[in-house]
Design a protein. Structure first.
Length: 436
């Protein structure tokens, strides 16, 4: 059979990794796909730049439309990133009847509904395994492996850069900005690294996972996001004393009221496997009603782990290239006419437990006032520790763990506690999940 011709848009970390792995493993991959897969064309901004891959035999261009408009090319890999150019190129390629594989989570989270609708209309596939959790086949697992389950919740470390920074800071006491710079050199970070550290990238990925898990449209704009830049060394140390680790988690949970979609630093009991996922590694815990908890672990970023995911999509496309479009796995796991409109909850409707750290005057009655305010808001305290006064000071750090409560009540209680004359500065609040 004729080889399948692939055009690669973008030859950076991921594009370069894909060319390398497709070349190195060509034989094994074609044994799986049933046909040879050839990268015949590729685009980049600067054709004279040194590449991580060998581009010999590949026709290079700075104009991606040359590739998209070439009738000989069967599959387009969009590995440029961003949401404007990438969207236009993908829509044009779909219009031209090409199948698409992309690693672009921002694009799928923001414009996936429109892209999938157009792809279905044109009978082409748009696959995006690399968009979530790098090399972990989490999309295939949820879309296909767990299709017999009602998914109750999922929680994941889904940004490699953020987890790398938190791990290096905790284990080696390294500085935030120094570790971020290293993540950029290693090719882990987004073009705009605030996407990694402020939870936007994880929010994009969570919107995708939630859509696949619950059969809802992609709704990135409803994801609550909080970044890691405010996590202090003190919080990391107190959390460890209490038997917890702080991880930047994406959490999607179906409740009777609607769906929680949130990304924020989270205390997790240190005995949980996911609490021990370090460095650039990612992990996603998915709770299905039939299977129970399942955990998926692997490299969350980097050239070849991401290439592994991209190529698995290419193989899937090749395997069904000539099949009937109606018998393909739906883009978002559920049949298009069965997508549900379950509401996504606001951040005030979230229910979770909390870690609170406050600085209080070291005198009688102060803690009683704090606990009275919490109790007025129906917040029960699980643990309370008063530390020694800081050297030369008359104030003490107080650490509290609460039971699960409504975020709205916690917001109101924090405002009242911070207003007390006996409390100094602002309260450090980190959400806590037992993931049991
Ligand atoms: P890079 O910045 O390393 O690569 C981007 C590539 O796109 C470069 O080769 C660049 O060309 C090319 N490019 C940019 N603008 C144009 C243009 N106008 N026309 C043609 N080519 C263009 O990014 P990554 O490889 O890291 O990321 C690519 C995508 O993969 C993003 O969507 C990212 O979110 C996603 N992703 C990245 C992962 C990672 O670990 N890095 C993991 C999972 C997903 P030039 O080289 O000449 O500048
Ligand atoms: N910047 C992303 C991360 C790349 O660090 O997780 C993988 O999606």
């Amino acid at each position: 059979m004729k080889p399948v011709k692939v055009g690669v848009l973008g030859l950076g970390t991921v594009g370069g990794g894909v060319v390398n792995v497709l070349t190195r493993n060509a034989k094994e991959i074609s044994r799986r796909a049933g046909r040879k897969i050839l990268v015949t064309h590729a685009s980049a901004r600067n054709l004279t730049q040194e590449r991580i891959c060998d581009t010999q035999g590949i026709e290079l261009t700075t104009n991606s439309l040359d590739i998209i408009n070439d009738p000989e090319i069967d599959i387009i890999l969009e590995l440029i990133g961003g949401t404007t150019l990438a969207k236009n190129l993908i829509l044009q390629a779909i219009e031209n009847g090409k199948h698409i594989v992309t690693a672009n989570k921002a694009l799928i989270a923001l414009h996936g509904n429109e892209i999938f609708a157009k792809a279905s209309e044109k009978g082409v596939m748009v696959l995006f395994e690399a968009a979530v959790a790098g090399g972990i086949p989490i999309i295939k697992a949820i879309r296909e492996g767990l299709s017999g389950n009602q998914i109750e919740w999922l929680a994941g470390i889904i940004n490699g850069t953020g987890n790398f920074i938190l791990t290096e800071m905790r284990d080696k006491g390294r500085d935030f900005s120094e570790v971020l710079a290293e993540a950029q050199v290693l090719g882990y970070a987004e073009a705009d690294p605030t996407f990694d550290v402020e939870g936007i990238d994880a929010g994009h990925k969570l919107a995708i996972l939630a859509s696949l898990a619950f059969g809802i449209p992609l709704q990135f704009e409803k994801v609550f996001t909080e970044g890691i830049s405010n996590i202090s060394r003190a919080d990391v140390e107190y959390a460890e004393e209490l038997g917890y680790r702080i991880k930047h988690l994406g959490i999607a949970r179906k409740t009777e009221q609607g769906i929680e979609l949130r990304v924020h630093p989270t205390l997790i009991p240190e005995r949980r496997l996911i609490a021990n996922v370090d460095g650039v590694m990612n992990a996603v815990l998915v709770q299905g009603d039939a299977v129970g908890p399942t955990l998926y672990y692997g490299a969350g970023a980097g050239a070849e782990p991401t290439a592994s995911a991209v190529i698995s999509d290419v193989v899937d496309v090749v395997r069904v290239l000539t099949g009937d479009p109606e018998h393909r796995v739906p883009h978002l796991a559920f049949q298009e006419d069965a997508i549900s409109d379950i509401p996504v909850l606001t951040s005030e409707q979230i229910q979770t437990a909390y870690y609170l750290r406050l600085t209080a005057e070291d005198k009688p009655g102060v803690l009683a006032e704090v606990t009275r305010i919490l109790s007025n808001h129906n917040i029960s305290i699980e643990a309370l520790i008063q530390k020694e006064p800081l050297e030369g000071k008359t104030v003490v750090p107080v650490i509290m763990l609460t039971q699960t409560t409504l975020e709205k009540e916690m917001n109101a209680a924090i405002i009242e506690i911070e207003a007390l004359s006996t409390i100094t500065g602002s309260i450090s609040r980190i959400r806590l999940e037992t993931l049991g």
